[in-house]
Write a protein that binds this ligand. Structure first.
Ligand code: SF4
Length: 487
């Protein structure tokens, strides 16, 4: 099946159904007017208050019924959506004889479902069973969720009158082949100075806003890009400004992701600025893969940077890894995991490679054809399971999880940490339980209105030059949103 003709009599469900089809068929073409295989979804009323969602094609037919109060409210829509997705999911699962590990779940944070179920009075065990029965989530993934929720206890709800802060530095030394971020190559560095000027201006003006609102910083996070790609002096100015503007945070993380951007001078400066947590990201310890993915550094550079960070006194280092990189086998990934567990960082984030359309890798694998094929879904699944087991044996526990589109094997990204080393920012941001003020090009402020349980977004423009020109407008955008928050 390389193209699908999909029709539904409820247009608002079209994108949702496409997501389910992609769970099975990946980045397949889906159109209303043509396609090799036809799938039709029908939403119909079978008796007062009872709706039927049917999915049919030459592959078979599946139906799911829901009882409604006929209020037409959000909850009713949600149930119809779930039932429609389930019908299409069952149709494809039976026809292709496959059960994706996350079942029919798309577009929702899986932990949120567990939290919602527990709020309705279910125990963790009951909630685990409910996601398995209702959404066909595998036992393995369902227990991963309850383990995460156990780890998040005590951190999930930030203290009142606090916010978390994200500062984006969107420059990198070279562009990784799988990158889909709006970060730019640093090139001759002509934009870094005006960028730092604009960013420090945004830090100062939003610090006034936070004071007016009576909010204090809980967790700060400097990401990118690669923050350590700019000069030591420039990064120090940003950190100095941020620490002065927003004092008293419980943690500060700086992504020093690319080992080729780390040296003793920068590490000492980060220590001086009271940065509590840094990331040194190997992604893989295979030099061949590093070359293929365009990282422009070697595995030896990663080891050197890691040991240097330890020598400079960092006692919380995170390492990011990617499973299912092009050309990598299970044994390559196992070797990477062995090295990481021996290094013993305080936290490890395991990603499943997501090949987004905007990445160079997507072009290489799909348009040009490449000799470095990505691992298949089964291999990716085995790699992710291996990571979980090896990290568990070494004392790391899963503490946050998110899924993205186009991930290898429809899997997940999981943050693991040793006891006492979970990153507050990551939990608050992923679970959407914190108010997140985000500064810099492409950064998205996600403001939580707890009473109404809604999140509103205020995105900054992605283009670096536009951001520099329009930084005051970005602050104003945030001011308008945050001033609504009177709770
Ligand atoms: S380091 Fe991260 S942001 Fe920079 S190019 Fe690579 S994936 Fe993109």
């Amino acid at each position: 099946m390389t193209s699908i003709r999909l029709n539904t009599n409820e247009a608002w469900l079209y994108p949702e159904i496409c997501e389910v089809i992609r769970l099975f068929l990946g980045d397949v073409e889906i159109r209303e007017d043509a396609g090799e295989t036809r799938i039709t979804h029908i939403h119909e009323c079978v008796s007062p208050g009872v709706w039927r969602e049917s999915a049919e094609s030459c592959l078979g037919r599946e139906s799911v019924e829901t009882k409604q109060t006929l209020s037409g409210g959000l909850e009713e829509k949600r149930q119809i959506k779930r039932a429609a997705k389930t019908a299409v999911f069952l149709l494809l699962s039976k026809a292709l004889n496959r059960m994706p590990p996350w079942g029919s779940l798309t577009g929702i944070r899986p932990t949120r479902l567990i939290y919602e179920a527990m709020e309705k009075g279910m125990s963790a065990g009951e909630a685990e069973k409910w996601v398995m029965d209702e959404f066909y989530v595998s036992k393995e993934k369902a227990s991963l969720l309850t383990e995460i929720i156990e780890m998040q206890k005590g951190f999930i709800t930030p203290e009142e009158n606090t916010f978390d802060l994200y500062i984006g530095i969107p420059f990198c030394v070279t562009r990784c082949a799988y990158c889909s971020f709006a970060s730019g190559e640093i090139g001759n560095g002509r934009l870094t100075e005006p960028y730092v000027e604009a960013l420090t201006r945004e830090i100062r003006s939003t610090s006034h806003l936070m004071k007016e609102m009576g909010l204090t910083l809980r967790a700060g996070y400097v990401g990118g890009g690669t923050p350590t790609a700019i000069t030591c002096g420039q990064l120090e100015r940003v950190l100095d400004e941020a620490m002065t503007a927003f004092p008293g945070a419980r943690e500060w993380t700086v992504e020093a992701g690319r080992p080729d951007t780390i040296d003793s001078e920068k590490l000492r400066m980060l220590k001086r600025q009271a940065v509590s947590r840094i990331s040194v990201n190997p992604q893989t310890f295979s030099n061949e893969t590093l070359r293929v993915i365009g990282r422009a550094h070697t595995a030896e550079d990663t080891l050197k940077a890691y040991h240097l960070a330890r020598e400079e006194g960092f006692d919380h280092i995170n390492m990011d890894l990617i499973a299912a990189l092009p050309g990598e086998t299970y044994m390559d990934f196992e070797r990477t995991l062995k090295i990481v567990t021996e290094l013993n960082p305080e936290s490890v984030t395991v990603h499943s490679l997501a090949i987004k359309r905007s990445s160079k890798l997507h072009e290489r694998l799909t348009v040009e054809g490449s000799s470095h094929n990505q691992a298949n879904a089964e291999d990716a699944d085995n790699m992710i399971r291996l990571a979980r087991n090896m990290l568990k044996d070494g004392g790391w526990k899963p503490y946050y999880l998110y899924r993205q589109k186009y991930m290898a094997g429809n899997l997940e990204n999981v943050g693991y940490a040793k006891r006492g080393h979970a990153c507050l920012y990551n939990i608050g941001n992923m679970e959407e339980t914190a108010k997140v003020l985000a500064l810099g090009a492409g950064a998205i402020t996600k403001w939580l209105f707890p009473r109404e349980r809604r999140i509103e977004r205020a995105p900054n423009v992605k283009n670096i030059e536009e951001y520099i020109k329009r930084v005051d407008e970005m602050t104003e955008r945030k001011r308008r949103l945050i001033k609504e928050d009177t709770q």
